[in-house]
Write a protein that binds this ligand. Sequence first.
Ligand SMILES: [Zn+2]
Length: 170
Amino acid sequence: MGICHKCRKKIGLMDSFDYSPDGKYRFHSVCYKKIYGDYNVKGSTIKGKKFEQEQKDFESAISKIVFTTGFTIENKKIIEYKGIVSSEIVLGVNIFKDIVADVSDIFGGRIKGYERELKKGKSLLIAKLGKEVLEAGGNAVLGINLNVGTVGIKSNSILLMMTGTAIVIK
Ligand SMILES: [Zn+2]
């Protein structure tokens, strides 16, 4: 998972991490906040023209990436393989602890909340995967696969992991 650019300590598999706005460096989320302030799914809430421009450029680069669960892209030629990329996030305890405790509510209103969180999680995973693709020098990702696992003794957090193969298409 690499080394945090601020504290220089290892970023573990289960650690939450973020990239610098230019996508070059990884930080523990805690360390990231110390430098860049709070952030959300769409990026840092830090103000500043330069940062906003970088963020825009980055978002536009990510929006141009082709994401597919398939292994070919219509009318495009694969020029180069850039290796396997992955992104992961842990959805918090508070979101999933009730699902086990009250299964009868699954088809009730509460499930909507979980669905919303999962969807949010999925977009974050895709954004993070996009960053990995850019870092690897690719412009598309093939064979996207979403894996779900549980974390912790009581298994009340879930780990979402997305993998794929970064490629260059033309
Ligand atoms: Zn750190």
